[in-house]
Design a protein around this ligand. Structure first.
Ligand code: SF4
Length: 474
C-alpha cells in the first residue's frame, strides 16, 4: 500500500560508509534505495578527517542532492539520512544528519526511531541551560553526548545511551570514526556491509545490492560498533537486551528485496499471506493485492487458496505529492489518481482483496468502493497482519488510539464501515509463527505492541502527551 494514503509512515532510514574514495556518491545511492522509508527530507555529512561538512534539504533524495552540492562534500567517510516528517515534525531544522561543531571536534548524528523519554531529558537539559535548534529527539541525544565527561567519543556515546529509552538505530560521524548503535531491543533494522575494504551500514540490505556491497551481518540489540581506519570493533553497551524487532518492518515498511535478520521481506510477506489463507474460510473467483506492499502477501494467499491471483488494481507510478490541502473530495480523487481497478479482471467476480494493514480505514473503504463500482459482485478484505489497536511510540507516526480504526471498532463494525462483504485479519499467533524466532520468549523476538498492547520498553504515560506537544512545537 502507498504510505501517504494509509496514514502509517516510517520515520527514517540511515546509511553510512567509512574509508571509500566515493563515500559521498555511495551514500547518495544508499539513500536512494532507502527512499521508501522517508520522503520529506534527506541529508549527507562527510569528513576528510579534518572537518565535517554537510548538505541537507526538504524533499526527495533527487530533489535535495545535485552534482554541485555533492561535490562540495569532501572525504572518504560519510553518513546520510532520509526522513519522514508529518506536519508536526517537519522543517529543515529537523532534517538529519544533525551536525554540531565545537572546540573539541565536530559530530554528526543520524537516527531511525524515537526516544520515548526525550521530553523529560530535554526538559532537564533546558533547565541546565541547553538551547535547542530543532524539535528532533536526536538533538537531545547530541546534547547528552557532548555534555558527557568522558574523553573518548565511544564512552560519551555509551554514557548518553545509558540515559535514553526507546528505539534508535544510530549512525554517528566524527573526524576520526563512525559509530553505530542499536537500542537494547533492536526495534529497528540495521545491517553492516562491505564494499571492497570499506565498511558500510544501512537501515536495509536493499542498499547493499545497489552499491555492490556484500552483506556482513546485522547489528545486534544493545551493540555499539566503531569503524575507523583500523577496522571494525564491536562491543555491547547495554546491561541487558531483549530482542523485539518491529513486526511492521516485515508486514509493510521494508522493501521486498531487503532481508531482516536473515528473512527476506518478500518471502516473509508471501508466508504471511499463506498463513492468512489457512485462517480464512471464504470462496471467491480472484485474489488481488493492493500495490505495492500487499502484492507478495496476495500471491502467497492465492497460492494456498488455489484461487487465481490477478492484477485487479494498478498503481499509477507518476503521481507526485500533492500540495493542495486535501478536502474530502480531493482526497477521494487522490486515491483514484494513485490506484485504478482493472475492470475486466474484477467485473462480475467475487474478489478477495489482500492488504497488509488497516490504520484509519479510509483507504480500504475507498478501494472497496472502487472495486464494486468496477463491477465486483463481492469484495472480501483479508489483511495480512492483526488488527492494529495500539499506538506505536517507536518511530511510526501513529501515536494515539483515536487514529486507529481497530482501537475503537470491532472487526464486524470495521467491515461494515469499509463496505466489504467480509473482513478477516491474520492472528497474532499466525504472524509470529511466520516472522518470529524460536528461543526468544513469548514475543518470538518481535515487537507486536501495536497489535497486542505489550510494549517491549517502559512507557511513560504522563510524559508522552507533553512530549508530543513539545516535540511538535514549531
Ligand atoms: S509498536 Fe508496531 S509499529 Fe511500533 S515498533 Fe512495535 S511492531 Fe513496529
Amino acid at each position: 500500500m502507498f504510505a501517504d494514503s494509509k496514514g502509517l509512515n516510517e520515520e527514517c532510514g540511515v546509511f553510512g560508509i567509512w574509508g571509500h574514495p566515493d563515500a559521498v556518491q555511495i551514500t547518495y545511492y544508499g539513500l536512494h534505495s532507502l527512499q521508501h522509508r522517508g520522503q520529506e527530507g534527506a541529508g549527507i555529512v562527510a569528513t576528510d578527517g579534518n572537518s565535517l561538512k554537510g548538505t541537507r534539504g526538504e524533499g526527495l533524495v533527487n530533489d535535495v542532492f545535485n552534482k554541485s552540492n555533492l561535490a562540495s562534500l569532501p572525504g572518504h567517510n560519510a553518513i546520510g539520512h532520509v526522513k519522514y516528517g508529518g506536519a508536526d515534525k517537519g522543517g529543515l531544522e529537523n532534517v538529519q544528519p544533525l551536525l554540531f561543531h565545537s572546540s573539541s571536534g565536530s559530530l554528526a548524528l543520524a537516527q531511525n526511531g524515537n526516544l520515548i523519554n526525550a521530553f523529560d531529558l530535554k526538559h532537564q537539559l533546558e533547565m541546565q541551560g541547553s538551547i535547542f535548534q530543532s524539535t528532533s529527539d536526536t538533538e537531545v541525544l547530541a546534547h547528552l553526548i557532548k555534555r558527557s565527561g568522558y574523553l573518548a567519543t565511544k564512552d560519551k556515546v555509551k554514557n548518553a545511551l545509558s540515559m535514553v529509552k526507546g528505539a534508535y538505530a544510530l549512525v554517528l560521524l566524527t573526524e576520526d570514526e563512525m559509530i553505530i548503535a542499536l537500542d537494547p531491543n533492536g526495534l529497528r533494522p540495521l545491517s553492516i556491509g562491505k564494499v571492497g575494504d570499506s565498511y558500510c551500514v544501512s537501515s536495509e540490505t536493499c542498499a547493499f545490492d545497489l552499491i555492490g556491497a556484500e552483506f556482513v551481518r546485522d547489528v545486534e540489540p544493545g551493540e555499539l560498533i566503531i569503524i575507523n581506519d583500523e577496522g571494525l570493533h564491536a562491543e555491547p553497551f547495554a546491561l541487558s537486551t531483549s530482542r523485539a524487532m518491529c513486526s511492521m518492518e516485515y508486514v509493510y515498511f521494508s522493501r521486498p528485496d531487503s532481508d531482516i535478520q536473515g528473512i527476506n521481506i518478500h518471502t516473509a510477506r508471501k508466508n504471511l499471506g499463506k498463513m492468512l489463507a489457512k485462517e480464512v474460510d471464504i470462496s471467491a473467483d480472484v485474489v488481488t493485492g493492493v500495490p505495492d506492499s500487499s502484492i507478495s502477501a496476495a500471491i502467497g494467499f492465492a497460492e494456498t487458496m488455489g484461487i487465481p491471483y490477478e492484477m485487479g488494481l494498478i498503481k499509477n507510478r507518476y503521481v507526485g505529492r500533492t500540495f493542495i490541502k486535501p478536502s474530502q473530495e480531493l482526497r477521494e480523487q487522490g486515491v483514484k489518481m494513485k490506484l485504478s481497478p482493472v475492470r475486466k479482471v474484477v467485473e462480475g467476480k467475487r474478489v478477495i482483496m489482500v492488504d497488509d494493514s488497516i490504520v484509519r480505514g479510509t483507504t480500504s473503504k475507498r478501494i472497496v468502493k472502487m472495486l464494486k463500482e468496477a463491477g465486483a459482485t463481492e469484495v472480501h478484505v483479508c489483511i495480512s497482519s492483526p488488527p492494529m489497536k495500539h499506538p506505536c511510540f517507536y518511530g511510526i507516526d501513529v501515536s494515539s488510539h483515536e487514529e486507529l480504526m481497530a482501537s475503537t471498532h470491532s472487526v464486524p463494525e470495521m467491515c461494515k464501515i469499509i463496505g466489504a462483504d467480509t473482513l478477516t485479519f491474520l492472528s497474532v499467533e499466525g504472524m509470529l509463527e511466520v516472522i518470529g524466532r524460536k528461543g526468544y520468549g513469548d514475543n518470538c523476538g518481535q515487537c507486536a505492541a501495536c497489535f497486542t498492547g505489550e510494549y517491549p520498553t517502559e512507557i511513560y504515560p504522563d510524559t508522552l502527551l507533553p512530549y508530543e506537544k513539545e516535540m511538535s512545537r514549531p
